[in-house]
Design a protein around this ligand. Sequence first.
Ligand SMILES: Cc1cc2nc3c(=O)[nH]c(=O)nc-3n(C[C@H](O)[C@H](O)[C@H](O)COP(=O)(O)OP(=O)(O)OC[C@H]3O[C@@H](n4cnc5c(N)ncnc54)[C@H](O)[C@@H]3O)c2cc1C
Length: 404
Amino acid sequence: MAAGEPEEQARFRAEVRAFLAANAEPRRESDPWAVNFHTTDEEARRHFEAVRAWQRKLFDAGLAGLTYPKEYGGRGGQPWHERIYNEEAAAYAVPRGYITSTIAMLAPTLLAHGTEEQRRHYLPRMLSGEDAWCQLFSEPGAGSDLASLACRAVRDGDEFVVDGQKVWNSGAQYSDRGMLLARTNPDAPKHEGITFLLVDMRSPGVEVRPLVQATGASGFNEVFLTGVRVPVSDVVGEIDGGWAPARTVLRHESAFIGGGGVQVNPRLVALARMFGAAGDPVVRQRVASHYIRERVLSLMGERIKAAARRGGRGGLDPSLLKLFVAESRRLSGDLAAAIAGPHALVAGEPFQRWLHAEVVGRFAISIGGGTNEVQRNNVAERVLGLPREPNPYQGRPWRETPRS
Ligand SMILES: Cc1cc2nc3c(=O)[nH]c(=O)nc-3n(C[C@H](O)[C@H](O)[C@H](O)COP(=O)(O)OP(=O)(O)OC[C@H]3O[C@@H](n4cnc5c(N)ncnc54)[C@H](O)[C@@H]3O)c2cc1C
């Protein structure tokens, strides 16, 4: 029990401790170099399923969706439940992965924009890991300018029929369901003719093609949709009004990516010691500066997460946090490369594997979930109130606007 902790919180802490002791392995000495980085598809799939199984265990123990309402499978708890769980889980090697991120994006979106039936059906299945979700937003011609997307959905009675292509869809090859943005009204301005659909990834006409990366694993996929039928009851929000729930997803995605922090400081220190650079004043300065960024980040993350749980925006724009994390990740990758550079090219010891992931992967967060440039535009417009980028096609139908 933490000193001075109220009894209810101490009881919950004891419950979490007992659960973790019975179900998870304590973090070991060698774990500091553990990475969420897979070199084969088989390894990636095993990890994905381990995260799903862990989510199920949490759910069965009443520890999933701690702040979500009980009627939707959550615990109906307070932000302190999450804080205490995270404090206790930090000492254990619990599986962490993609499922958690789509829960963080879609669950609050269904709470804000979903129907009661959608919440009752999908939220418990999501929180238990029974349904793993992927995000089907980006297209070859629509990334930063997401609202220009071209995947079509045409109404046919009680269903929409979807045709088009998506790309960069993380985890789609393992997922049961996808959150999809499709164009339902090409005659409306681009933001006003999009519908948000919940798609069964096993539907006829869904083809997932993994994109093999240099590492051998396939973090992303192309997803082709040909005549895929989606019931109208699986529209989130209004037909043609999908931009509102899409923005809710993107806001929570930024908050999730930012809120995770990068927590590499102990490893940078260990690396500096290992390479005899811990006494180098420049290295020390860069490590200290990184540590300060990490602390600031975790405080910013807490503030945003607390606001998101209350359903509000909380005075700190998620784009700011996402930008800060992306920069921090780049700086820590640069520093790791400066300390131990060539070792990033050797796959052998656990620290080399970590170093490789750190150096090679340091720009992923600068792109995924919206690029740094897009986040800067968001900050300029939403936070600083600067004029929007000029758009000569403002208000014109989507079909008349040029696309990449
Ligand atoms: C790790 C990772 C995971 C991802 N997972 C998913 C996923 O699960 N689902 C999904 O749908 N997508 C996913 N994506 C795709 C991601 O959302 C897009 O890559 C991203 O939005 C950028 O789009 P783009 O690649 O088409 O680049 P583009 O939009 O073509 O951008 C190219 C360059 O132009 C710059 N640029 C574009 N517009 C502007 C502007 N207005 N002002 C200034 N600069 C601009 C960009 O910043 C960038 O540098 C993922 C990407 C990554 C890296």
